[in-house]
Unconditional design. Structure first.
Length: 101
């Protein structure tokens, strides 16, 4: 079983993390990451020196989806769907916190 150190990454939409690091954190192979990029589940923010970067907030969502994949033996297409729903949930939770304050 993979260790998913979600708590070590801060969810900040202005901070970025390398795709290679996210691949290790999620416990997926490069070809699986490429497939998730094709499905739109991995959204690269920018590239630098042939390395893709994504927000730390998005990396946490990917880690959660990959953890669900491990626990429930999901295929990559289903992981891509989960990423979309997890991002929607996070957005709604953020809006709810704003309305409560």
């Amino acid at each position: 079983m993979h260790n998913y150190p979600i708590q070590h990454v801060q969810a900040d939409p202005t901070e970025y993390i390398a795709l290679s690091t996210v691949i290790v954190l999620c416990g997926i192979a490069q070809n699986e990451a490429d497939e998730l990029i094709e499905y739109g589940a991995i959204k690269l923010h920018h590239s630098q020196n042939n390395q893709g970067f994504l927000t730390t907030q998005h990396s946490i969502t990917l880690q959660k989806a990959c953890k669900l994949r491990q626990h429930f033996d999901l295929d990559l297409f289903t992981v891509a769907i989960c990423v979309g729903y997890l991002e929607t949930i996070a957005t709604l939770q953020h809006q709810l916190r704003q309305y409560q304050t």
